[in-house]
Ligand binder design. Structure first.
Ligand SMILES: C[S@@+](CC[C@H](N)C(=O)[O-])C[C@H]1O[C@@H](n2cnc3c(N)ncnc32)[C@H](O)[C@@H]1O
Length: 502
């Protein structure tokens, strides 16, 4: 493209441009810069154009979709020159949503060979951290995943229909809220999981069960969740439905509890015929009546009430976890082991009496691995269910030197006197995508520990927080990007901060 195209107006719906993709956004869309000299203006106005199914290095003809201020959505029309080294995406569902069976936005980096994905993620982290004054020399290479495919231990599939009203089980095409594309392959999932999806599709069609229509709030089947213990081989399936009191079936109106139980039996026997064991079956009712708080009521249908999974982290003994349908567990077991191992390594040896805080601890997995190496650990977490889970995980693994407090990190730190100097020796923070609240940064400043390990799933929020943490007396000494979700644009980052010498 002419780098400064003369154009009469801002990009409009339906217009076509030839663009070079130079970056990728957090949704996995390729990003191009469109520099237009509009009307009589001498200097160009730069628009960022987001194009699904493209990767950096692609040169593509695109059609403008919804224009916003300076960020414009566009659809890929033709790949004029593929990025150097671009590979044919192995998944048949990859691509724009231009025909049935395409449009899954799950694995946007598939066209890039794995080493190029790894390099791209380091570049993303480096670009964001440069805005916090952190030079490239402090950023290590991205730690790759041992298995870049079939790594997910949990996937939620939707029941629905596609734009031609065919009944489907699969994923919402990227950018579409209501349509569901039929998914027959998923390279992030095991073959066994896809057998279960196929069995759900067959039973749904045979029984004539309607999916829940979000727009009209009618119908019944909402989602199918398949969980697999990658270390244990156990499987849990959860069918989630609406709260309707009656279900339309091919035999006339049916009772939801009877239909859910029959669905479970059908899945179990189809799995057994394929030599696949289902260890735990659940039915959950998503009750979203207008004027009420949305609730999820879960009924155990068959097998064990939980899924058992293990974590084998270098430098810690193996731990076992009971995962209930509502419990959070890192979706990539094997790479969570790598991530946690790096956290322990970055924290370094701590004294036998050391007190370490595990902030935003979720179900306590990091703190439980760490507890074996230090005097004591205190985990803080907002979700009461996660805290209950964390406590049960400690008991199950016989770990007694860890305690969990429920509430907002900054509020609990202050209320429990944990933001005073000397209250802890080191801190691990693993906040949600939004990053740390200013009050949490202030507490960490007041606490003044020797070392903080920051685990981040969002380099943009990380960069902002590192500016704040440097301002309250810490220096950033080492940054390690970790590829937790290969084939996607997500990157985890581990940052080692030390108390700055004054
Ligand atoms: C990225 S997850 C951490 C998961 C955990 N460290 C692990 O590895 O499994 C972030 C956690 O922070 C919790 N959280 C979000 N806001 C919080 C707050 N203000 N105070 C405490 N915890 C919070 C969420 O409930 C979630 O469990």
């Amino acid at each position: 493209m002419d780098s400064q195209l003369a154009w009469p107006h801002a990009p409009r719906w339906g217009e076509q441009f030839d663009v070079e993709i130079i970056d990728i956004d957090d949704k996995g869309r390729g990003i191009a810069e469109l520099a237009l000299r509009i009307g009589p203006q001498l200097s160009p106005r730069v628009y960022h154009v987001a194009v699904r199914a493209t990767v950096p290095g692609d040169f593509a003809r695109v059609q403008i979709g919804k224009p916003r201020k300076r960020k414009v959505d566009a659809q890929l029309l033709e790949l004029l020159r593929p990025a150097p080294g671009r590979v044919e995406p192995p998944c048949p569902h990859f691509g724009p949503y231009d025909r049935a069976g395409r449009g899954c936005g799950g694995c946007s980096l598939q066209p890039l060979p794995y080493p190029a994905q790894i390099a791209l993620k380091r570049g993303q982290v480096a670009r964001w951290l440069a805005t916090a004054g952190i030079g490239d020399e402090r950023i290590g290479e991205t730690v790759p995943a041992a298995s870049p495919w079939t790594y997910r231990n949990k996937m939620e599939f939707s029941f629905g229909d596609d734009d031609e009203r065919r009944e489907t089980v699969g994923m919402h095409p990227a950018g579409y809220r209501y349509e569901v594309m039929d998914l027959h392959h998923c390279r992030l999932e095991s073959d066994a999981a896809m057998v279960i999806v196929a069995a759900a599709r067959a039973h749904r069609l045979a029984r004539g069960l309607p999916h829940h229509d979000q727009r009209r709030d009618t119908g019944w089947l909402r989602t199918l969740t398949v969980r697999e213990g990658k270390r244990t081989g156990e499987r849990m399936v959860e069918i989630t439905t609406s709260a309707s009191l009656e279900v339309e079936t091919s035999d006339g109106p049916g009772d939801p509890a009877t239909e859910a139980a029959a669905f479970g039996v059908a899945l179990k026997s189809a799995a057994e015929r394929a030599g696949i064991r289902l260890d735990s079956l659940w039915w959950s009712v998503h009750d979203a009546r207008r004027g009420h708080r949305t609730e999820l009521h879960s009924t155990h249908l068959a097998g064990a009430p939980h899924l058992c999974e293990k974590l084998e982290v270098a430098g810690a003994r193996a731990l076992s976890f009971h995962i209930h349908p509502r419990a959070f567990f890192q979706p990539n077991t094997l790479q969570a082991e790598v991530l946690y191992g790096l956290v322990l390594e970055s924290l370094g040896p701590q004294g036998a009496d050391a007190h370490v805080l595990d902030l935003y601890c979720g179900t306590g997995t990091i703190g439980l691995c760490l507890a074996q190496r230090v005097g004591r650990v205190t985990g803080i977490e907002l979700s009461p269910e996660a805290v209950d889970n964390a406590k049960a995980n400690a008991v199950r693994n016989g770990i007694t030197n860890i305690s969990f407090l429920c509430g907002d990190v900054a509020t609990v730190l202050e209320a429990e006197g944990l933001s005073r100097p000397g209250a802890a020796d080191a801190v691990i923070v693993d906040p949600p995508r939004a990053g740390l609240m200013p009050a949490a940064i202030a507490c960490l400043g007041a606490l003044g520990v020797e070392r903080i390990i920051y685990v981040s799933c969002n380099p943009e929020a990380l960069a902002r927080d590192l500016i704040g943490l440097q301002a309250v007396g810490y220096s950033v000494d080492a940054v390690t990007p970790v590829d937790h979700f290969p084939q996607t644009a997500h990157v985890e980052t581990i940052v080692q901060l030390n108390r700055a010498c004054s």
